[in-house]
Design a protein around this ligand. Structure first.
Ligand code: GDP
Length: 302
Protein backbone atom coordinates (compact mmCIF):
# COMPACT_ATOMS: atom_id res chain seq x y z
CA UNK A 1 0.00 0.00 0.00
CA UNK A 2 2.84 2.35 0.88
CA UNK A 3 4.33 1.49 -2.49
CA UNK A 4 1.21 2.58 -4.29
CA UNK A 5 1.01 5.85 -2.41
CA UNK A 6 4.67 6.70 -2.85
CA UNK A 7 4.80 5.92 -6.53
CA UNK A 8 1.54 7.59 -7.33
CA UNK A 9 2.54 10.66 -5.37
CA UNK A 10 5.91 10.69 -7.03
CA UNK A 11 4.27 10.47 -10.42
CA UNK A 12 1.77 13.17 -9.60
CA UNK A 13 4.24 15.47 -7.83
CA UNK A 14 4.82 17.89 -10.66
CA UNK A 15 1.20 18.46 -11.34
CA UNK A 16 -0.54 17.04 -8.31
CA UNK A 17 -3.80 18.63 -7.32
CA UNK A 18 -2.47 20.02 -4.03
CA UNK A 19 -5.97 19.63 -2.68
CA UNK A 20 -4.72 19.16 0.85
CA UNK A 21 -2.65 22.33 0.77
CA UNK A 22 -5.53 24.35 -0.57
CA UNK A 23 -7.88 23.05 2.08
CA UNK A 24 -5.35 23.73 4.84
CA UNK A 25 -4.96 27.27 3.52
CA UNK A 26 -8.71 27.67 3.41
CA UNK A 27 -9.34 26.55 6.96
CA UNK A 28 -6.10 27.92 8.37
CA UNK A 29 -6.14 28.29 12.13
CA UNK A 30 -9.87 28.89 12.14
CA UNK A 31 -12.54 26.52 13.23
CA UNK A 32 -14.46 24.88 10.45
CA UNK A 33 -17.65 26.74 9.58
CA UNK A 34 -20.46 26.25 7.10
CA UNK A 35 -19.39 29.30 5.14
CA UNK A 36 -16.34 27.38 3.96
CA UNK A 37 -18.30 24.81 1.96
CA UNK A 38 -18.59 27.04 -1.10
CA UNK A 39 -14.84 27.51 -1.29
CA UNK A 40 -14.26 23.82 -0.67
CA UNK A 41 -16.65 23.02 -3.52
CA UNK A 42 -14.60 25.16 -5.86
CA UNK A 43 -11.36 23.50 -4.79
CA UNK A 44 -12.83 20.06 -5.42
CA UNK A 45 -14.09 21.11 -8.85
CA UNK A 46 -10.62 22.19 -9.86
CA UNK A 47 -9.32 18.69 -9.27
CA UNK A 48 -11.80 17.42 -11.87
CA UNK A 49 -13.80 15.26 -9.53
CA UNK A 50 -16.91 15.99 -11.57
CA UNK A 51 -20.11 17.75 -10.46
CA UNK A 52 -21.90 14.64 -9.28
CA UNK A 53 -19.00 13.38 -7.18
CA UNK A 54 -18.36 16.81 -5.63
CA UNK A 55 -21.98 17.06 -4.58
CA UNK A 56 -21.94 13.60 -3.11
CA UNK A 57 -18.65 14.21 -1.28
CA UNK A 58 -19.93 17.48 0.21
CA UNK A 59 -23.21 15.89 1.33
CA UNK A 60 -21.38 13.16 3.16
CA UNK A 61 -18.81 15.57 4.59
CA UNK A 62 -21.57 17.80 5.96
CA UNK A 63 -23.04 14.80 7.70
CA UNK A 64 -19.71 13.82 9.26
CA UNK A 65 -18.89 17.38 10.26
CA UNK A 66 -22.24 17.60 12.04
CA UNK A 67 -21.46 14.40 13.89
CA UNK A 68 -17.89 15.04 14.95
CA UNK A 69 -17.48 18.83 14.90
CA UNK A 70 -13.86 19.00 13.71
CA UNK A 71 -11.75 21.82 15.10
CA UNK A 72 -8.69 21.88 12.89
CA UNK A 73 -8.03 21.75 9.17
CA UNK A 74 -6.36 18.35 9.64
CA UNK A 75 -9.53 16.98 11.23
CA UNK A 76 -11.58 18.17 8.28
CA UNK A 77 -9.06 16.63 5.91
CA UNK A 78 -9.34 13.36 7.79
CA UNK A 79 -13.10 13.34 7.40
CA UNK A 80 -12.78 14.24 3.74
CA UNK A 81 -10.29 11.44 3.26
CA UNK A 82 -12.67 8.94 4.84
CA UNK A 83 -15.56 10.11 2.67
CA UNK A 84 -13.52 9.95 -0.52
CA UNK A 85 -12.09 6.51 0.20
CA UNK A 86 -15.54 5.14 0.98
CA UNK A 87 -16.75 6.31 -2.43
CA UNK A 88 -14.13 4.52 -4.47
CA UNK A 89 -14.35 0.92 -5.39
CA UNK A 90 -11.48 -1.24 -6.58
CA UNK A 91 -11.65 -4.65 -8.23
CA UNK A 92 -11.75 -7.42 -5.60
CA UNK A 93 -8.69 -8.99 -7.23
CA UNK A 94 -7.76 -7.64 -10.64
CA UNK A 95 -5.29 -10.50 -11.21
CA UNK A 96 -7.87 -13.21 -10.82
CA UNK A 97 -8.13 -15.52 -13.79
CA UNK A 98 -11.46 -17.12 -14.57
CA UNK A 99 -11.73 -19.31 -17.64
CA UNK A 100 -9.20 -21.66 -19.16
CA UNK A 101 -7.73 -19.89 -20.90
CA UNK A 102 -8.84 -16.57 -19.47
CA UNK A 103 -9.57 -14.07 -22.22
CA UNK A 104 -9.10 -10.37 -21.53
CA UNK A 105 -10.10 -7.63 -23.98
CA UNK A 106 -8.57 -4.17 -23.90
CA UNK A 107 -10.98 -1.51 -25.15
CA UNK A 108 -10.93 2.29 -25.21
CA UNK A 109 -10.33 5.31 -27.38
CA UNK A 110 -7.14 5.44 -29.45
CA UNK A 111 -4.26 7.03 -27.61
CA UNK A 112 -5.54 6.23 -24.12
CA UNK A 113 -2.83 3.63 -23.57
CA UNK A 114 -4.56 0.37 -24.53
CA UNK A 115 -1.63 -1.20 -26.33
CA UNK A 116 0.83 -0.11 -23.67
CA UNK A 117 -1.43 -1.44 -20.93
CA UNK A 118 -1.88 -4.77 -22.76
CA UNK A 119 1.91 -5.11 -22.76
CA UNK A 120 2.18 -4.12 -19.12
CA UNK A 121 -0.52 -6.58 -18.10
CA UNK A 122 1.03 -9.42 -20.08
CA UNK A 123 4.38 -8.84 -18.42
CA UNK A 124 2.80 -8.53 -14.98
CA UNK A 125 0.83 -11.76 -15.35
CA UNK A 126 3.86 -13.59 -16.68
CA UNK A 127 5.86 -12.41 -13.70
CA UNK A 128 3.12 -13.82 -11.50
CA UNK A 129 3.76 -17.23 -12.99
CA UNK A 130 1.08 -17.37 -15.68
CA UNK A 131 1.56 -18.34 -19.30
CA UNK A 132 0.33 -15.49 -21.49
CA UNK A 133 -0.23 -14.63 -25.14
CA UNK A 134 -1.05 -11.25 -26.69
CA UNK A 135 -3.44 -10.65 -29.62
CA UNK A 136 -3.04 -7.63 -31.90
CA UNK A 137 -6.68 -7.09 -32.90
CA UNK A 138 -6.12 -3.38 -33.42
CA UNK A 139 -5.61 -3.91 -37.14
CA UNK A 140 -6.76 -0.42 -37.99
CA UNK A 141 -3.78 1.54 -36.73
CA UNK A 142 -0.70 0.67 -38.73
CA UNK A 143 1.74 0.86 -35.85
CA UNK A 144 -0.41 -0.90 -33.26
CA UNK A 145 0.65 -4.49 -34.04
CA UNK A 146 4.31 -3.42 -34.28
CA UNK A 147 4.04 -1.69 -30.96
CA UNK A 148 2.41 -4.69 -29.34
CA UNK A 149 5.10 -6.98 -30.76
CA UNK A 150 7.71 -4.75 -29.21
CA UNK A 151 5.98 -5.04 -25.85
CA UNK A 152 5.75 -8.78 -26.41
CA UNK A 153 9.49 -8.98 -27.04
CA UNK A 154 10.24 -7.03 -23.89
CA UNK A 155 7.86 -9.11 -21.81
CA UNK A 156 8.88 -12.41 -23.42
CA UNK A 157 5.33 -13.07 -24.59
CA UNK A 158 4.23 -14.22 -28.06
CA UNK A 159 1.95 -11.98 -30.10
CA UNK A 160 -0.71 -13.20 -32.53
CA UNK A 161 -1.09 -10.77 -35.43
CA UNK A 162 -2.17 -10.47 -39.03
CA UNK A 163 -1.65 -7.92 -41.77
CA UNK A 164 -2.87 -4.36 -41.35
CA UNK A 165 -6.56 -4.05 -42.19
CA UNK A 166 -7.32 -7.70 -41.38
CA UNK A 167 -10.56 -8.54 -39.62
CA UNK A 168 -10.01 -7.81 -35.90
CA UNK A 169 -12.39 -10.62 -34.94
CA UNK A 170 -10.26 -13.04 -36.94
CA UNK A 171 -7.15 -12.00 -35.00
CA UNK A 172 -9.07 -12.36 -31.74
CA UNK A 173 -10.22 -15.80 -32.84
CA UNK A 174 -6.66 -16.86 -33.74
CA UNK A 175 -5.44 -15.62 -30.37
CA UNK A 176 -8.01 -17.61 -28.43
CA UNK A 177 -7.28 -20.68 -30.58
CA UNK A 178 -3.55 -20.34 -29.91
CA UNK A 179 -4.10 -19.89 -26.18
CA UNK A 180 -6.31 -22.98 -26.03
CA UNK A 181 -4.04 -25.13 -28.20
CA UNK A 182 -0.99 -24.24 -26.15
CA UNK A 183 -2.92 -24.59 -22.90
CA UNK A 184 -1.99 -21.10 -21.79
CA UNK A 185 -3.50 -19.35 -18.79
CA UNK A 186 -4.32 -16.00 -20.34
CA UNK A 187 -4.81 -14.18 -23.65
CA UNK A 188 -4.78 -10.37 -23.64
CA UNK A 189 -6.36 -8.97 -26.80
CA UNK A 190 -5.77 -5.38 -27.90
CA UNK A 191 -8.56 -3.77 -29.96
CA UNK A 192 -8.99 -0.64 -32.08
CA UNK A 193 -10.70 2.37 -30.57
CA UNK A 194 -11.71 4.66 -33.34
CA UNK A 195 -14.78 6.51 -32.33
CA UNK A 196 -15.80 8.45 -35.40
CA UNK A 197 -18.52 5.93 -36.06
CA UNK A 198 -20.27 4.57 -33.03
CA UNK A 199 -22.33 2.01 -34.92
CA UNK A 200 -19.23 0.52 -36.46
CA UNK A 201 -17.36 0.41 -33.17
CA UNK A 202 -20.25 -1.38 -31.51
CA UNK A 203 -20.51 -3.78 -34.38
CA UNK A 204 -16.80 -4.54 -34.32
CA UNK A 205 -16.48 -4.98 -30.56
CA UNK A 206 -19.68 -6.97 -30.47
CA UNK A 207 -18.33 -9.28 -33.14
CA UNK A 208 -15.03 -9.79 -31.32
CA UNK A 209 -16.88 -10.60 -28.10
CA UNK A 210 -19.15 -13.07 -29.89
CA UNK A 211 -16.33 -14.78 -31.72
CA UNK A 212 -14.17 -15.28 -28.62
CA UNK A 213 -17.27 -16.37 -26.68
CA UNK A 214 -18.03 -19.06 -29.25
CA UNK A 215 -14.50 -20.37 -29.14
CA UNK A 216 -14.11 -20.24 -25.38
CA UNK A 217 -17.22 -20.42 -23.18
CA UNK A 218 -17.70 -17.39 -20.94
CA UNK A 219 -15.15 -15.30 -22.83
CA UNK A 220 -14.30 -12.48 -22.72
CA UNK A 221 -13.82 -12.99 -19.01
CA UNK A 222 -12.54 -9.49 -18.43
CA UNK A 223 -13.10 -6.38 -20.53
CA UNK A 224 -10.75 -3.60 -19.47
CA UNK A 225 -11.82 -0.11 -20.45
CA UNK A 226 -8.71 2.04 -20.67
CA UNK A 227 -9.29 5.70 -19.79
CA UNK A 228 -6.72 8.48 -20.10
CA UNK A 229 -6.88 10.48 -16.85
CA UNK A 230 -5.58 13.61 -18.57
CA UNK A 231 -8.69 13.87 -20.75
CA UNK A 232 -10.87 14.33 -17.68
CA UNK A 233 -14.59 14.57 -18.28
CA UNK A 234 -14.11 14.13 -22.01
CA UNK A 235 -12.75 10.64 -21.53
CA UNK A 236 -15.85 9.83 -19.58
CA UNK A 237 -18.20 10.67 -22.39
CA UNK A 238 -16.26 8.34 -24.64
CA UNK A 239 -16.27 5.65 -22.02
CA UNK A 240 -20.05 5.60 -22.02
CA UNK A 241 -20.04 4.64 -25.68
CA UNK A 242 -17.80 1.66 -24.99
CA UNK A 243 -19.95 0.63 -22.10
CA UNK A 244 -22.88 0.48 -24.49
CA UNK A 245 -20.92 -1.54 -27.02
CA UNK A 246 -19.51 -4.21 -24.74
CA UNK A 247 -19.88 -5.44 -21.18
CA UNK A 248 -17.03 -3.56 -19.48
CA UNK A 249 -15.90 -5.26 -16.27
CA UNK A 250 -13.05 -3.07 -15.08
CA UNK A 251 -11.29 0.25 -15.63
CA UNK A 252 -7.62 0.96 -16.18
CA UNK A 253 -6.90 4.63 -15.53
CA UNK A 254 -3.74 5.67 -17.38
CA UNK A 255 -1.37 8.66 -17.35
CA UNK A 256 -2.02 9.53 -13.73
CA UNK A 257 1.61 10.61 -13.69
CA UNK A 258 0.85 13.48 -16.03
CA UNK A 259 -2.22 15.19 -14.73
CA UNK A 260 -3.35 17.71 -12.17
CA UNK A 261 -6.81 16.34 -12.69
CA UNK A 262 -6.21 13.09 -10.88
CA UNK A 263 -9.64 13.34 -9.30
CA UNK A 264 -11.21 11.93 -12.43
CA UNK A 265 -11.47 8.48 -10.81
CA UNK A 266 -14.36 9.86 -8.77
CA UNK A 267 -16.15 11.12 -11.83
CA UNK A 268 -15.69 7.70 -13.44
CA UNK A 269 -17.16 5.95 -10.46
CA UNK A 270 -20.15 8.21 -10.30
CA UNK A 271 -20.83 8.01 -13.99
CA UNK A 272 -19.99 4.44 -14.92
CA UNK A 273 -20.17 2.48 -11.71
CA UNK A 274 -17.40 0.13 -12.78
CA UNK A 275 -14.55 -0.85 -10.42
CA UNK A 276 -11.03 0.36 -11.13
CA UNK A 277 -8.47 -2.42 -11.43
CA UNK A 278 -5.23 -0.74 -12.38
CA UNK A 279 -3.66 2.66 -12.84
CA UNK A 280 -0.89 3.59 -15.26
CA UNK A 281 1.81 5.88 -13.93
CA UNK A 282 4.29 6.00 -16.79
CA UNK A 283 5.39 4.58 -20.11
CA UNK A 284 7.63 1.78 -18.90
CA UNK A 285 6.71 -1.87 -18.58
CA UNK A 286 6.36 -1.82 -14.82
CA UNK A 287 4.55 1.52 -14.60
CA UNK A 288 1.28 -0.17 -13.77
CA UNK A 289 -0.20 -0.51 -10.31
CA UNK A 290 -3.23 -2.14 -8.79
CA UNK A 291 -5.69 0.50 -7.76
CA UNK A 292 -5.78 1.23 -4.06
CA UNK A 293 -8.47 3.77 -3.04
CA UNK A 294 -6.72 4.79 0.16
CA UNK A 295 -3.35 5.42 -1.48
CA UNK A 296 -5.06 7.20 -4.31
CA UNK A 297 -6.96 9.57 -2.04
CA UNK A 298 -3.83 10.24 -0.01
CA UNK A 299 -1.93 11.05 -3.20
CA UNK A 300 -4.64 13.46 -4.34
CA UNK A 301 -5.03 15.21 -1.01
CA UNK A 302 -1.27 15.51 -0.66
P1 GDP B 1 -3.62 3.13 -27.62
O1 GDP B 1 -3.80 3.90 -28.89
O2 GDP B 1 -4.81 3.24 -26.74
O3 GDP B 1 -3.19 1.73 -27.83
O4 GDP B 1 -2.46 3.90 -26.81
P2 GDP B 1 -0.91 3.56 -26.67
O5 GDP B 1 -0.71 2.35 -25.84
O6 GDP B 1 -0.29 3.58 -28.02
O7 GDP B 1 -0.41 4.80 -25.80
C1 GDP B 1 -0.47 6.13 -26.28
C2 GDP B 1 0.65 6.94 -25.62
O8 GDP B 1 0.41 7.03 -24.22
C3 GDP B 1 2.03 6.30 -25.76
O9 GDP B 1 2.96 7.30 -26.00
C4 GDP B 1 2.27 5.66 -24.39
O10 GDP B 1 3.64 5.58 -24.08
C5 GDP B 1 1.54 6.63 -23.49
N1 GDP B 1 1.11 6.03 -22.21
C6 GDP B 1 0.38 4.92 -22.00
N2 GDP B 1 0.14 4.72 -20.69
C7 GDP B 1 0.74 5.73 -20.02
C8 GDP B 1 0.86 6.12 -18.63
O11 GDP B 1 0.35 5.48 -17.70
N3 GDP B 1 1.58 7.25 -18.37
C9 GDP B 1 2.14 8.00 -19.37
N4 GDP B 1 2.82 9.10 -19.01
N5 GDP B 1 2.05 7.67 -20.66
C10 GDP B 1 1.36 6.56 -21.00
Amino acid sequence: MAGFFERLRQGMTKTRTGLGDKIRALVGGRQWSDSLYDDLEEILYEADLGAQAVESILDQLRQRVRESRPERAEDVLDLLRQVMVSMLESMPNPYELTGTPAIWLMVGVNGTGKTTTAGKLAERMKRRGHSVILGAADTFRAAAAEQLMEWGRRAGVDVVHQVEGADPAAVAFDTVRAASARKLDLAVIDTAGRLHNKAHLMQELGKIARVVGRECPGAPHQVWLVIDATTGQNGLEQARVFQEAVNVTGIVLTKLDGTAKGGVAFAIHQALNIPIGFVGVGEKLDDLMTFDPEGYVRAILG
